[in-house]
Design a protein around this ligand. Structure first.
Ligand code: URA
Length: 432
């Protein structure tokens, strides 16, 4: 095969075969195909798109370029969830323990945060001692023993995707739904779970700004999952405002624990229970999503999920005494951002709020940046709330970084005006 023939074929809007896709992924990963030719192929894909079969072949070839985790030795059905990235999204911290407390195995490899979105692994590291790196053997043993482990990515997962994503980033070819879907699914399919629920965020703080694009991405990821033999569901959830009230690592653990104690914000509970219901049905615990939701609410209300979270922290050597002193997760230095006028919170910009938290030190602009665990933002109001001039809109938990900039970003990101129409948070479910 010759790369120039594949570039020509795609330039002329013809479908590449599975063999051709596997060949160019292998060739590019090994360094046999140079960046300039791969860039030309990406640009041809940008203009002529890919079919479902091409996107699936790409996802599988990228999955097979590196390590996959084999969870077959763990008994029972293993489930996983993935969010396309939001602000204040601490669903994994709440959902994992809930599912494990209901007898479903949650074997999770999570990432670190970059830009305005946070990462589960950073959040868990705000608990002193919590070990995010476990050997694969220990990871599997823990899942078998207590039903849950949440660790950082181990091994070299989908190196072809890493290399291609870096090239897309500098050739203006990131924004292709087929490339995004196969990139996300290559990593998900390597994670070894039998049942997967994808939370595709849509709105100001999300990768997908319109519902139409989000549906297209979700449908394609579900199709890729099915063609690869997995049970996959996707839900579309709004990301105009952050999920819950807290943004920042320790702050999000704090809010996740309160949620597991039955005192969580409505939106966080709604998304958690929605995703959880699909996973419980997929795992065969019940065949009715209504019943699944009831089970999840019970596990929130009776503390079963909270006790499982404590077990998880102890198993990964975290200091469980933090759970009795949640304030220790939060910086003592606090600043209020006040409303300049009375009215209703008309809109928020989750991306900008995430950026404000990053300026305070809660997130990284570049991969190498260090983060602060106890800083972030607590929203005191959400979209649709009534506010009077001088009310606190948000509380900043700060140290010494970026305070003035964060305040000015926040002041612009929260708009006060007429009472807004409140949109449904869960916009769609896609089962394929
Ligand atoms: N996230 C990914 O993992 N890949 C993309 O292409 C876009 C977002």
């Amino acid at each position: 095969m010759h790369i120039i023939d594949l570039i020509t074929k795609k330039r002329d809007n013809n479908e590449l075969t599975k063999e051709e896709i596997t060949w160019f992924v292998e060739g590019y990963t090994k360094g046999d195909i140079p960046d300039y030719q791969m860039s030309a192929l990406l640009m041809a894909i940008y203009f002529n798109h890919m079919t479902k079969q091409e996107a699936t072949a790409l996802a599988l070839a990228m999955r097979d370029s590196g390590d996959s985790i084999d969870l077959d030795s763990i008994s029972g059905i293993k489930v996983d969830k993935h969010s396309t990235g939001g602000v204040g999204d601490k669903v994994t911290l709440v959902l994992g323990p809930l599912l494990a407390s209901l007898g479903v195995k949650f074997a999770k490899m999570s990432g670190r945060g970059l830009g305005h979105t946070g990462g589960t692994i950073d959040k868990l590291e705000s608990i002193p001692g919590y070990q995010v790196e476990l050997s694969v053997e220990r990871f599997k043993k823990q899942v078998e023993a207590i039903g849950i482990a949440i660790v950082g990515q181990s091994g070299d997962v989908a190196p072809a995707d890493k290399k291609l994503y870096a090239l897309r980033d500098v050739t203006a070819t990131v924004d292709v739904i087929a490339l995004i879907a196969s990139s996300i699914m290559s990593k998900k399919l390597a994670s070894g779970a039998d049942v997967i629920c994808l939370d595709v965020k849509v709105g100001k703080g999300a990768f997908m700004k319109t519902e139409e694009d989000a549906v297209e991405l979700a449908e394609l990821m579900v199709d890729i999952g099915h063609l690869a033999g997995k049970r996959v569901t996707a839900i579309l959830t709004g990301m105009d405002e952050p999920l819950g009230f807290c943004i920042g690592n320790g702050l999000e653990v704090y809010e996740a624990v309160l949620t597991l104690l039955g005192k969580g914000p409505r939106d966080l509970v709604e998304v958690t229970v929605e995703i959880g219901s699909h996973l419980l049905v997929g795992a065969g615990i019940t065949d009715d999503t209504g019943h699944a939701k009831k089970l999840l609410h019970e596990a929130l209300d009776d503390g079963k999920g909270y006790r499982k979270f404590k077990e998880l922290i102890a198993a990964q050597k975290g200091d469980v005494s933090v759970l009795d002193d949640l304030e220790s997760l939060l910086s003592k230095k606090r600043i209020s951002v006040k409303a300049q006028k009375s009215g209703y919170v008309r809109s928020m910009n989750a991306l900008e709020i995430g950026r404000a938290a990053m300026r305070l030190g809660a997130g990284r602009e570049k991969k190498e940046d260090t983060i602060l665990m106890d800083v972030g933002i607590e929203l005191n109001k959400k979209i649709g709330d009534r506010v009077e001039q001088g009310d606190t809109l948000a509380t900043l938990y700060v140290r010494d970084r970026g305070i003035d900039e964060a305040i000015s970003i926040l002041e612009d990101a929260i708009k006060i005006g007429a009472k807004p129409h409140i949109e449904n948070l869960i916009k769609k479910t896609i089962t394929g």
